[in-house]
Design a protein around this ligand. Structure first.
Ligand SMILES: [Zn+2]
Length: 159
């Protein structure tokens, strides 16, 4: 059982990193396990003594899917069956996997029904680079009504 009194990496560190346009992973000080996105407890040895490290959000598409029935977040952004969006699992240059929306234009399909984004083919193995998309998060304030907060999310573009 992990001793949670010894935690020194928190989910908040990862989320604050994204808001500051930094992708954090965590590394176990005991067994050296590397985890991206940053985890709070080592996924191999359950050690709570981890350290944060910065990683470049670059890699290649490991798998992807084009989604027509999206989450509320994407529906509010205007995506639908007629305007699908693509989510990719990206294998980072250090072998870790991270999920993010693939951006760069509308999803269309070529004559073989293979997907394109902004006219470029979406393929497993295609190199991608991350970027941080800024947005306003609306927080239901307890006093004085809803408040806005500047946030970022990590998205990927074909190189
Ligand atoms: Zn470990």
């Amino acid at each position: 059982m992990a001793d949670i009194t010894k935690l020194n990496v928190y989910t908040k560190d990862y989320l604050d990193g994204i808001d500051n346009k930094i992708l954090y992973g965590s590394k176990c000080k005991k067994c050296g396990n590397i985890m991206v996105p940053a985890k709070v407890i080592c996924t191999k040895c359950q050690n709570p003594d981890l350290e944060l490290f910065e990683i470049k959000p670059e890699g290649k598409i490991a798998t992807f899917t084009c989604i027509g029935v999206g989450t509320t977040y994407f529906v509010k952004k205007g995506y639908s069956m007629k305007k699908p969006y693509c989510v990719a699992v990206v294998e980072l240059d250090n072998g870790q996997m991270i999920t993010g929306q693939l951006i760069g234009g509308d999803i269309t399909y070529d004559e073989n029904q293979d997907p394109l984004i902004g006219g470029k083919p979406i393929k497993v193995g295609a190199p991608v680079v991350g970027e941080y998309e800024e947005y306003k998060e609306v927080i239901e304030g307890k006093r004085g009504g809803p408040q806005e907060r500047d946030r970022c999310r990590l998205v990927f573009k074909l190189k």
